[in-house]
Design a protein around this ligand. Structure first.
Ligand SMILES: [Zn+2]
Ligand SMILES: [Zn+2]
Length: 435
């Protein structure tokens, strides 16, 4: 069944940009074309797809590949005549055995559990479209899927594994097994599958849009017209119709001013957690009976002294530059939201989107610790154990990601006029081509 159901009616193609609250008319997209907000450049839709077959096929292939990761050995190492073969699932046992179950949960959830659930749900939704039937819970499942996307970190994990291997390659002999190759393949397929989902068209098939009053026009803010953009299904609806989206049931508020206090609270907690993350060791290396604890900064210095400056740079950027920049940028945006300036709205929104996108890459160091802990297991001859700094650092990354999620970029645009005819902002949406 086709999912390209772009409605022809002008009213049925109205959308409200969730980044800047501008009402725009969604153009009829040809396959491969995406639409962006003319005011803030935020993506209003993904690239249009011809049908639900492609994401269904890619989703099944990706899920099968993820299953293969658990069927084969992942990596092996040998040092001082002692060897150890690691399976992907062993990370769970190794981290729990070291009393770091929280790291095991983070690793498994972000690299396998969330992607697996996402793929299974996607296959379910695409099957509903292909069969032309309404399946139980399809609206609730569709609404729950998109918030999971930033938390799927298979690509970050691969970089973490590579960094871990380079860190110990001079101390031990390392071999890559089929499980790791399958994981790399899974990560590539996962990235491709996500780009093949056209949520706008998928929602048009899964649940019909509610009608809007004819007085609603593009070229003004949704707030000025009593219109709300649903963050669950991206459909605009009248705020006076109640607190829940009539299409997907998600609760909403018009302008979440109070949430800025929540963003502040999360940022302050992340800043506090960043102190133990740097003071306590993130891992301890035991070599020939001698334990050597290592902090984040100590690890960077150790790599620099060993001449591995590219890896030192990766860890320095991911574990020090990115978290600090993210906390500072979000704090500044929270302050800026109180004093919105029309001229600065676009640059501030761009800063937010950059901050939001790079935050997940800070998880590299946590994945490095998890990989080394599981792989390097040769007792007192040579083994690596996680340190409390790793848990605190994972907490920093998670808290800053949630803080970014709670920040409402519409506050950055509140200095603009809300009414028709005065603003110089453009109203029709823009088309861009995507792969
Ligand atoms: Zn916008
Ligand atoms: Zn909705």
């Amino acid at each position: 069944m086709s999912i390209s159901t772009n409605a022809d009616s002008h009213a049925e193609r109205l959308v409200v940009c969730r980044a800047c609250d501008w009402v725009v008319t969604l153009p009829v997209r040809a396959p491969g074309q995406a639409a962006r907000c003319p005011r803030c450049r935020h993506h209003l839709t993904e690239a249009a797809q011809r049908d639900a077959q492609r994401p269904l096929a890619w989703g099944i292939a990706t899920l099968v590949t993820l299953g293969l990761v658990f069927c084969f050995s992942f990596l092996s190492f040998s040092a001082y005549g002692v060897g150890h073969v690691m399976a992907f699932g062993d990370t769970l046992h190794a981290l729990i055995a070291d009393d770091y179950a929280e790291l095991a949960v983070i690793l498994l959830a972000f690299t396998a559990l969330f992607p697996g659930l996402y793929l299974a749900a996607l296959i379910y939704l695409c099957s509903a479209v292909q069969l032309g039937r309404t399946l139980p819970g399809q609206v609730v499942i569709a609404r729950a899927l998109r918030p999971i996307e930033p938390w799927m970190m298979s690509d970050v994990f691969i970089v973490g594994v590579l960094v871990a291997l380079i860190k110990i390659i001079s101390l031990a002999s390392i071999h890559i097994h089929t499980g790791f190759v399958a994981f790399c393949l899974f990560s590539v397929l996962m990235l491709r599958t996500v780009t093949l989902i056209d949520w706008t068209s998928l929602w048009d098939v899964l649940a019909p849009r509610g009608s809007l009053p004819t007085k609603i026009r593009p070229g003004a803010t949704g707030r000025a017209q009593g219109l709300v953009a649903c963050h669950g299904c991206d459909t605009p609806f009248m705020a006076d119709r109640g607190p829940c989206c009539p299409r997907c049931g998600k609760r909403h508020v018009l302008h979440r001013v109070n949430r800025i206090q929540l963003t502040w609270a999360l940022l302050i907690t992340a800043t506090l957690a960043y102190i133990p993350a740097n003071v306590y060791p993130v891992l301890s290396t035991i070599q020939l009976g001698n334990a050597e604890p290592q902090t984040i900064a100590g690890g960077v210095m150790h790599l620099l002294h060993a001449g591995d400056w590219p890896i030192a740079l990766v860890i320095f950027v991911a574990s020090i530059v990115v978290p600090i920049s993210k906390i500072v940028a979000l704090a500044w945006l929270c302050l800026a939201a109180r004093r919105p300036r029309a001229r600065a709205s676009l640059s501030r929104t761009r800063l937010f989107h950059i901050t939001e996108k790079i935050g997940r890459w800070s998880m590299i160091d946590v994945f490095v610790v998890a990989t080394l802990t599981t792989l390097v297991q040769a007792g007192s001859l040579m083994s690596i154990a996680p340190g409390p700094g790793a848990v605190a650092f994972a907490l920093v990354v998670i808290l800053t990601m949630i803080a970014a999620h709670t920040f409402d970029t519409r506050l950055l645009w509140s200095a603009h006029t809300h009414t028709f005819g005065v603003s110089t902002d453009p109203s029709p949406s823009e088309i861009s081509h995507s792969a």
